[in-house]
Write a protein that binds this ligand. Sequence first.
Ligand code: ZN
Length: 56
Amino acid sequence: MIYRIVCAWCGKDIGEKEFPGSNNTDEIITHSICEGCKANTLAEIELLKKGDEYER
Ligand SMILES: [Zn+2]
């Protein structure tokens, strides 16, 4: 059984994981976040935090 890991944000193919012990060769798509989107998301959170500080 193969798990294909795809970025939930941009759809980028991050990689795949094979789980031995199963004869099922169907691909299962699982979602994660790629390095680029992780950095973008963290940057956005930091901006939001800063925005909150400016409003006070
Ligand atoms: Zn991504």
